[in-house]
Design a binder for this molecule. Structure first.
Ligand code: GCO
Ligand code: MG
Length: 396
């Protein structure tokens, strides 16, 4: 079997997605997700101009060799754009392998370690009462775990709380650590009273704090028993996690900004995090994610793959296959897709009573309709930018 053609399709069924379709001379094809929010065209060009020409004529069964060839066979390598491009190819190759074998991906990864994957989704609100009301709606749907964000008083626009953004240029949020640090512990104190002890609560700091600020927050959140505190710090200086870790009993999750397994090593070896949250679409795909999960297993660190709505259902399916297969699974982030997405994609992870599963279809078990994908053309879009009240740029 040989790779005969690779299509890169950019579609916007409510959100922009970059989809990869690897075709073979025997008619079997595989699909992958190469979406990088706000940088979609950069990934698409990297694929079309630099990566696809290398792969025509190659044997799609040789996933590891193709991965190494794209990553190590070139001098300039790594980073989010190239690793997202590589992820799109890697997923499509695993999809082909599964279809050839007639087996779902989880089976190729060693089979099921569990029958279903505990998941969480995002809840936000303009004030505490709105957060509670939204949480109750999702508890009603069956969710056992929720990631909670709230608008910060005095700050225009807050991470996790949606804002209308009519023009396509970045919305400018205002953000200040002081009000944030005063608000969040009170929010979780309120939620434990209002929602009880059983619900698993999570919070995403989104890398906005300095090390000592993160530590102050983590200490104050200890009594509310978070499932994890996500991305308290930026990934650039991993030693800062020691500040946070010392004398603080709160599970820490990290990894959505990572592009490779090497970024995980010092956090694992020094046991500075408890959950690894890489995005399968941004770290080079299923092959790299499996290696990361195996490295994490040594330290009893569990997986919590990134699963927001800005990656496509294809990547979400890949994540759930891994969740079912790896022994050190922790939790899976999930989202509700917009109705237009159901016109483009054939399958989505199956949600039932707070858990996710996948169908028994071979490979990833998700396809997309090229014709309808093309009917939703790319729309330029940016993530917001955050500034302090004095006008200076803040990490987003
Ligand atoms: C998460 C992430 C997302 C990001 C988004 C940016 O935990 O799901 O932090 O909410 O903001 O993926 O593109
Ligand atoms: Mg996050």
């Amino acid at each position: 079997m040989k790779i005969s053609n690779i299509k890169v399709i950019i579609t916007c069924p409510g959100r922009n997605y970059v989809l990869v379709k690897v075709e073979t001379d025997e008619g079997i094809y595989g699909v992958g997700d190469a979406t990088l929010n706000g940088r979609e065209l950069a990934v698409a060009k990297a694929l079309e101009e630099h990566i696809v020409p290398l792969l025509i004529g190659k044997d799609p069964d040789q996933i590891e060799d193709i991965w190494q060839y794209i990553f190590r066979g070139t001098y300039w390598r790594g980073g989010p754009v190239l690793m997202t491009a590589l992820a799109g190819i890697d997923m499509a190759l695993w999809d082909i392998k599964g279809k050839r074998a007639g087996l779902p991906l989880y089976s190729l990864l060693g089979g099921k370690s569990r029958n279903k994957a505990l998941c969480y989704t995002h809840i936000a609100g303009k004030d505490f009462a709105e957060v509670r009301d939204n949480a109750l709606k999702y508890i009603e749907k069956g969710y056992k775990a929720l990631r909670i964000q709230v608008a910060i008083p005095g700050c225009k626009g807050t991470y996790g709380v949606s804002e209308d953004n009519a023009n396509s240029l970045p919305f400018v949020e205002e953000w200040e650590p002081g009000p944030y640090l005063r608000t969040i512990p009170k929010l979780f104190e309120y939620l434990r009273v209002e929602l009880g002890d059983e619900l698993e609560l999570l919070h995403d700091v989104h890398e906005r704090l300095a090390p000592i600020e993160a530590k102050i927050l983590a200490k104050q959140l200890e009594p509310y028993r978070l499932f994890f505190l996500e991305d308290p710090l930026r990934p650039e200086h991993k030693d800062s996690f020691r500040v946070l870790r010392q004398d603080c009993a709160i599970p820490i999750a990290m990894g959505e900004l990572f592009s490779s397994k090497w970024e995980c090593v010092s956090l694992f070896e020094n046991q500075l995090i408890d959950f690894i949250r890489c995005d399968i679409s941004h770290i080079g795909g299923i092959s790299e994610a499996k290696k990361i999960a195996n490295l994490a297993e040594i330290y009893y660190i569990r997986t919590a793959w990134h699963g927001p709505s800005d990656i496509s259902p294809i990547a979400h399916m890949a994540s759930v296959h891994l969740d079912l297969a790896v022994t050190n699974f922790g939790i899976q982030e999930t989202c509700e897709f917009l109705p237009e997405a159901y016109e483009v994609f054939t399958d989505f992870p199956i949600f039932e009573d707070g858990y996710l599963t996948v169908s028994e279809k071979p490979g990833l078990g998700c396809d997309f309709n090229e014709k309808t994908a093309k009917a939703f053309p790319y729309k330029r879009g940016y993530l917001p930018v955050a500034r302090r009240k004095d006008g200076s740029v803040q990490d987003w």
